[in-house]
Design a protein around this ligand. Structure first.
Ligand code: NAD
Ligand code: DAU
Length: 336
């Protein structure tokens, strides 16, 4: 039975990936490794087939723990584990360097020692920095110009992954995806934050003029792209993932308000994020032409499905919003 190690599998994209991969590949076994930080949640993995899934709580920055947790000869390791919220990286960058940079090197070393077949690093379009309105979308040849400590830590990790390929011939691939949305996304990110606040009748904090642009992709389309790159990506190559779905933040917020029947008077324009990237756009031509991947979900359909999921899982997001998240919300938004 092929075995895939998934780090960060109790988070948003990781848990959606675990569910989709196990459903898509009936012969696959997954070992999920996750520290269960504030963003990790075992509820996200409820219902996955227990006979083909094992969960290990461990820190990817701990070399001994990783040597123990990664099974000998596993076919692949997909590294989703990371600190992921740009705003938190502005409040406290060190955790991002530790998990995203050190953690990636620890995993590369463990994967080599354990003879893991392929290492897939889940990176981000944020490593490319910001685009002007008329600039073409990022390709894999775009220079790395990260703006935030989060993006810089992800860029650092990418360079370590490529160095492992060059130095030891390790079989690595990197994916750089645009903004994801979908079920189980932690309500600190734009769509679930605005949606849960709208459902509660709370103000919606829009940074600056709200005219920043993000390129949205439904998380299952990201997962299918990762499966395609795992199966057919060239060793040492980078693949951009995106659905050609650029939207102004303000338009996304308005669509959410309209869908839940709330008035636009809930919108609050607040002080901008420092170093805020104005626009992201991804060119996924390499993935489409080399591996035949295409996104399957139009933004309007994916957003409607996501809104329905949050309506149906109020207990999930209320529990998540109750914990340490309140302290972060106060520290970040309190004075904006
Ligand atoms: P998330 O914050 O929802 O989940 C991160 C997971 O990593 C959590 O389960 C957390 O417990 C775990 N984790 C954190 N530190 C760890 C550690 N030291 N050891 C073990 N586990 C640890 O993140 P997400 O949005 O699902 O993002 C997953 C990956 O995809 C990240 O690498 C991120 O950079 C990348 N990515 C995200 C997006 C997006 O729009 N969310 C887009 C492109 C790429
Ligand atoms: O592009 C991929 C990246 O997308 C991932 O690598 C990151 O892990 C993920 O967090 C995301 O980064 P962004 O900064 O683009 O996502 P976020 O949801 O934080 O913000 C999206 C946009 O919405 C951005 O322009 C900032 C704005 N925003 C966000 C929040 C949380 C607001 O206007 N108000 C808010 O309260």
């Amino acid at each position: 039975m092929p075995t895939c190690v998934v780090t960060g599998g109790a988070g948003f994209i990781g848990s959606n990936f675990v569910r989709l991969a196990l459903a898509d590949r009936p012969d696959l076994r997954i070992v999920t490794i996750d520290l269960l930080t504030y963003a990790g949640n075992l509820e996200n993995l409820e219902g996955v087939p227990a006979d083909r899934h094992t969960f290990v709580r461990a820190d990817i920055t701990d070399p001994d723990a990783m040597r123990r947790a990664v099974p000998d000869g596993a076919d692949a390791l997909v590294n989703f584990a990371a600190e992921t919220h740009v705003d938190r990286s502005i409040l406290g960058p060190l955790a991002f360097v530790r998990t995203n940079v050190t953690g990636t090197q620890v995993l590369l070393d463990a994967a080599r020692e354990r003879g893991v077949g392929r290492f897939l690093q889940v990176s981000t379009d944020e490593v490319y920095g910001s685009l002007a309105p008329d600039e073409p979308a990022f390709t894999e040849a775009s220079p790395l110009r990260p703006s935030s400590p989060y993006a810089a830590s992800k860029a650092g990790a990418d360079l370590l992954v490529l160095a492992a390929h060059r130095t030891w011939g390790q079989d690595v691939v990197i994916t750089r995806c645009s903004n994801n949305y979908g079920p189980y996304q932690f309500p600190e990110k734009l769509i679930p934050l605005m949606l849960s606040n709208a459902l509660e009748g709370e103000p919606l904090p829009v940074y600056g003029d709200g005219r920043q642009v993000r390129d949205w992709i439904f998380t299952d389309d990201h997962s299918r792209a990762i499966l395609a790159v795992l199966a057919g990506g060239r060793p040492g190559a980078v693949y951009n993932i995106g659905a050609r779905s650029e939207r102004f933040n303000l338009d996304v917020v308005r669509a959410i308000l309209a869908a839940v029947g709330r008035d636009e008077s809930l919108i609050r324009f607040v002080t901008d994020r420092p170093g805020h990237d104005r626009r992201y756009a991804i060119d996924p031509t390499r993935l489409e032409t080399e591996l035949g991947w295409q996104p399957q979900t139009a933004f309007e359909d994916g957003l409607a499905c996501t809104i329905q999921w949050y309506r149906d899982h109020e207990g999930w997001w209320r529990r998540v919003k109750d914990g340490s998240y309140r302290a972060f919300y106060e520290a970040w938004y309190g004075k904006r």
